[in-house]
Write a protein that binds this ligand. Structure first.
Ligand SMILES: NC(=O)c1ccc[n+]([C@@H]2O[C@H](COP(=O)([O-])OP(=O)(O)OC[C@H]3O[C@@H](n4cnc5c(N)ncnc54)[C@H](OP(=O)(O)O)[C@@H]3O)[C@@H](O)[C@H]2O)c1
Length: 332
């Protein structure tokens, strides 16, 4: 598989990573796939999808524990990217960016992941109660202590921020400017997909101008862009899509032209090419520092997604994606 470097660092990973979140979080627990997820992670590593993206709060904790079972055997094949700063409470998810908490959380992640170093440690959400320099300073200390190799910042969560995605990304750029004064940021993680391209406006250019890597979260539009979800099929209450405005039956039907367009482009590249692969190839085409982290529980999807690195979209394909209708149903 093609390799890409994480920003200006010497850390190289397979161009398509693996988002491990769906194995234990955000999608319906009834659809979690137990040990098949373990095989899926092994398959990803076999195929060169070395970047495994997780977070302590996925589960909570069970996603890191799952990865630890793989890393115990195959640490050298993997690039571990985890996150700190969010705690799952009884009622709400709360941010905690206090330095003492960050230090303890890192040690706990290392234990669960069964490793002595985290390749990329990302701040999941800045804590509004703690100056970001303090949180980032504690994370920088972890690099100096050899527990972490590189630092990243996530910019997801526009809905809770109630300021829209453009507002979120403007705020993120300001945060990035501040943390860069403390310790270099190696990667930003934010949503980027055919139906959520907003990061192309300011956030990705900011990263490109500074040699900062970009992890594209939700590159398959939470599964919508794969064309495998039927409008009206419904989602269980513990599936994030049950509350997502783009996943009502009405909006899924209204957004079908996007999937139809991806399918049309896929067909031009061969019978076996899928809309999911076109969606990932589009993300990959946005720049060499962009690394999509599609989420998947199944070996079959990981195999299909890894093969997207061999799909080269033409200028005509890219123009056609650019001309697809904007998605209806705001997430903001
Ligand atoms: N930093 C943050 O705050 C944040 C927030 C959200 C996500 N993320 C990261 O982004 C990653 C990806 O996000 P995501 O998983 O929510 O969304 P996604 O990658 O856009 O979509 C994942 C969904 O697509 C399905 N899928 C994957 N490959 C497929 C294929 N080839 N054909 C058909 N269906 C396919 C998966 O099904 P199965 O699961 O059933 O296999 C899963 O339901 C996460 O794992 C996480 O690492 C980060």
């Amino acid at each position: 598989m093609e390799r890409r470097t994480i920003g200006a660092s010497a850390l190289a990973v397979g161009a398509v990573g693996l988002g491990c979140m769906p194995m234990s979080w955000a999608y319906s627990a009834s659809r979690q796939r137990g040990d098949e997820s373990l095989r899926t992670v092994h398959r990803a590593l076999d195929l060169g999808s070395s970047l495994l993206d997780t977070a302590d709060m996925y589960g909570p904790f069970t996603n890191e524990l799952l990865l630890g079972r793989v890393l115990r055997q195959r640490r050298a094949d993997a690039f571990v990217s985890t996150k700190v700063g969010l705690l799952v409470g009884d009622q709400h998810i709360v941010a905690n960016g206090r330095p003492g908490y960050v230090r303890r959380a890192c040690d706990a992640s290392l234990r669960r992941l069964q490793t002595d170093v985290i390749d990329l440690y990302q701040l999941h959400r800045p804590d509004p109660e703690v100056p970001i320099e303090e949180t980032w300073g504690a994370m920088a200390e972890l690099v100096r202590a050899g527990k972490v190799r590189a630092l990243g910042l996530c910019a997801v969560g526009a809905r809770s921020a109630r300021r829209g995605r453009a507002g979120l990304y403007d705020a993120t750029v300001r945060q990035l400017e501040r943390v860069q004064q403390v310790f270099p940021v190696s990667a930003v993680q934010a949503e980027l997909s055919v139906w959520s391209p907003e990061a192309l406006e300011t956030l990705l250019p900011w990263c490109q101008a500074r040699g900062v890597g970009f992890l594209a979260a939700m590159p398959l539009g939470n599964g919508f862009l794969t064309g495998t979800l039927r409008p009206g099929a419904g989602f269980e209450p513990d599936d994030l899509r049950a509350r997502h405005p783009r996943f009502t039956a009405e909006m899924m039907a209204a957004n079908q032209p996007i999937v139809v367009g991806l399918r049309r482009i896929a067909a031009r590249h061969g019978e076996a090419v899928t809309p999911a692969q076109v969606a990932l190839a589009w993300v990959l085409a946005q720049g060499r520092q962009v690394i999509p982290v599609p989420g998947a529980k199944r070996e079959r999807w990981v195999t299909e997604n890894a093969a997207a690195t061999a799909l080269r979209l033409t200028a005509e394909d890219l123009a056609e994606v650019g001309a697809l209708p904007a998605a209806l149903g705001s997430w903001e």
